[in-house]
Ligand binder design. Structure first.
Ligand code: MN
Length: 333
């Protein structure tokens, strides 16, 4: 099915139904939350009910987006009561595979159809209907297309969520996925009443002091490997506690490693509360970090990807550095 047909099929389901369940990946980023809120808000305007659930409460700064307080945090082990409420479809947004839904993949598996709307190149097409476009800047761009095709209301609140999501996923219109389409949609959102400066103050440039203390600790751990082509930063779980920071406070830290002149691959390694390590990967020019992440069971985009890994840190780092060396040599870059 081509994109138009898939969009029309999704619109048909949304028009027919009255109640939908919306899910996104765990540790949701700006695109995950903004896309979910945009879709929920526009359907809400037409009298349809959307239930958005997540394992954890919506974290700063994305809790400032319109509608964010309506996301229900039901915890990893709950959801059966929600599942009984009779939904016409499950919409999964910005999620490359079912693994990234955690327990929810199983909890809600009996509800059909599953509509998978995403732009990760490693998407596994796990839905009954799949609107997957790796060439889209963000999932929000795909939600915008669905809204347009369905003629659903694009109020200022919907527009603000779409704008913030595109801004987040393009690194404020700087990353390689910053297409003319991304700019065009963003421009339309501004025409619909979004104030970029206010969104920026609310969502982008607002740090609590523990985040900066954490950044200072993270910068201290920068290591260069492979003749300065690979930069790594590492934070143990104890440092988060020490400075009073949360998991999401380390979001985008990996960019500082990527900014170092001469670096091709950047990795930020965070010890997870549950044990094991989360690797966030970025690249500048020639290495496809989604491919790299896939070798360790993860996924993502060509310039931004990640994976989770159990085991002893020094061994993990060694294996990872070896793999990066192999990729860099193979590419001759
Ligand atoms: Mn995204």
């Amino acid at each position: 099915m081509n994109q138009e047909k898939v969009e029309s099929k999704i619109v048909e389901i949304l028009e027919k139904g009255k109640r939908f369940l919306l899910l996104t990946h765990k540790d949701p980023d700006g695109d995950a939350i903004g896309s979910t809120l945009a879709l929920a808000w526009t359907l809400g305007e037409t009298g349809r009910e959307c239930i958005m659930v997540s394992e954890e409460p919506t974290a700063v700064p994305y809790d400032a987006l319109p509608g964010a307080h309506k996301i229900m945090a039901i915890g990893a082990d709950y959801g059966d009561q929600v599942a009984e409420r009779g939904f016409e479809a499950v919409l999964v947004l910005d999620c490359a595979d079912e693994k990234r839904l955690g327990r929810f993949a199983e909890t809600f598996s009996h509800i059909r159809p599953w509509i998978n709307i995403d732009h990760h190149e490693t998407n596994t097409f796990f839905g009954d209907i799949n609107l997957v476009r790796p060439d889209a800047s963000s999932t929000a761009e795909l939600i915008f297309n669905v809204i347009k095709r369905g003629g659903f209301p694009l109020t200022r609140e919907v527009a603000e969520n779409i704008f913030a999501a595109i801004q987040a996923d393009t690194g404020s219109f700087r990353y390689e996925n910053t297409t003319s389409t991304a700019f065009r949609i963003a421009a339309e959102m501004v025409e619909r009443g979004v104030d970029p400066w206010q969104v920026n103050l609310k969502v982008m440039d607002v740090y609590d002091i523990p985040r900066l203390r954490l950044l200072s600790k993270a910068l201290d751990t920068i290591e260069l490997h492979l003749n300065g082509r690979l930069a790594m930063m590492t934070l143990p779980a104890s440092v988060f506690q020490e400075v009073g920071a949360e998991r999401e406070d380390s979001e985008r830290f990996v960019d500082y490693a990527r900014f170092i002149r001469g670096v091709e691959v950047a990795a930020f390694v965070r010890e997870m509360d549950s044990g094991g390590y989360k690797f966030s990967l970025r690249s500048n020019n020639c290495v496809n970090v989604a491919d790299l992440a896939r070798r360790f069971g993860g996924g993502g985009h060509a310039r931004a990807a990640g994976f989770e890994w159990q085991g002893q840190l020094e061994k993990l780092k060694k294996d990872f550095i070896k793999e990066v060396a192999r990729v860099l040599n193979g590419k001759g870059c």
